[in-house]
Design a protein around this ligand. Sequence first.
Ligand SMILES: Cc1cc2nc3c(=O)[nH]c(=O)nc-3n(C[C@H](O)[C@H](O)[C@H](O)COP(=O)(O)O)c2cc1C
Ligand code: SF4
Length: 433
Amino acid sequence: MEPVLTKYIREPHSYALDFYLKKHQGYEGLRRALAMEPNALIDMVKASGLRGRGGAGFPTGMKWGFVDQKTDKPKYICCNADESEPGTFKDHVLMERNPHLLFEGCLIGCWAIRAKVAYIYIRGEFYHVQRIMEAELKKAYAEGYAGKNIMGSGWDCDIVIHRGAGAYEAGEETALIESLEGKRAQPRIKPPFPAVSGLYDCPTAVNNVETLCNLPPIVLNGAEWFAGLGPEKNGGPKLYCVSGHVQKPGVYEASMHVTLKDLIYGHAGGIRGGHQLKAVIPGGSSVPILLPDQLDIPASFDAVVNAGSMLGSAGIIVMDETTCMVWAAMNLMHFYKHESCGKCTPCREGGDWLYKILAKIERGDGELRDLDLLTSVANNIAGKTLCAFGDAEATPPLTTLKHFRAEYEAHIREGRCTVGADWRARGTVAAAH
Ligand SMILES: Cc1cc2nc3c(=O)[nH]c(=O)nc-3n(C[C@H](O)[C@H](O)[C@H](O)COP(=O)(O)O)c2cc1C
Ligand code: SF4
């Protein structure tokens, strides 16, 4: 498939307004959208089958259809640019190299749900990206593509870029809204969902960066074109972030017909240095592991679920045979225990305990009964918390125990790691801890 979203990102000035206008038919999708009734636009997005690229794969048109239009309150688009899931680095590429595509997508979204402001909530660490976006947004305002009377249509709509403070949990949609309101980034109880009561208690659609970037091409080329690019209900172009032990880690754009195997061995050049593939986490760190014999499947939302995992944020983390799975689980738990927002007891306390038990096993002090304890603590977090973070943090210990229990038992039996990881041999284990 010819890239759609990232076609020109390697060209030096791909971020600039002039470039966007010339090469991408810039803002032509918005012009056409403004000639449509908002409801017709929502129907078009529904017909395209566009599914959210932020993690859950929820249909975007359906989400917009839930935005309460009976109230007189303002409506908002909140673009989720918090991108903090480990192994995920696609949204920042779009924002850095093709920011006008996102601005145009935000404006099309606003027109569809009758909003007059879109907030782009950008991850705190993306300071350099924010500077590019702000400079380009200024140009878009100056040339009449944002702000008052957009392209002479009489319609006003603002885009506001708001930088977070670098918290993973601020990517959860209601925590993001809290943070935008100036409060601590902790999730709200749902329902009510943001579509009914979101930002400032007003109807709000929270959409991922990549999701919104798909809107201009949908309006330009039609719903059928978009749906036809991928398998049924998995249409459109998709960005994949391939990282870990591959020859060429990077962001690759493909149709969701592409298999996980093609992404790893084709696009990313296969496993580095003649090593063997051991395990793959296909959707950012929060989803279950797939084994090498499970990769000959389309990298689509539905096929990955059928294989027992999730496509999530399409962060494909590849591990070769030198990876100690006890260490990998401990490493991920270090992240989760640090990032818990602390609102629910099972997540706040349980995450810390999972890390402590994993660290005990990893350093060679584990006992066999720790494996039951690990399972029990993880199962008392999953499904028992306010937001999906709880399920995510229970996953690394549960999925590694399921597939690599023998490795845990070997650590306990021998009091050391039995995987011949070369970074351990080089004595860099302290840095890894
Ligand atoms: C802990 C946690 C972190 C999340 N982080 C992000 C994120 O960084 N970016 C994102 O788009 N969605 C993230 N999500 C998903 C959002 O809650 C929400 O579903 C998404 O922004 C909706 O956009 P979409 O429908 O376009 O996918 C996160 C969810 C959870 C539970
Ligand atoms: S599950 Fe964790 S991150 Fe989510 S609200 Fe509860 S404490 Fe916060």
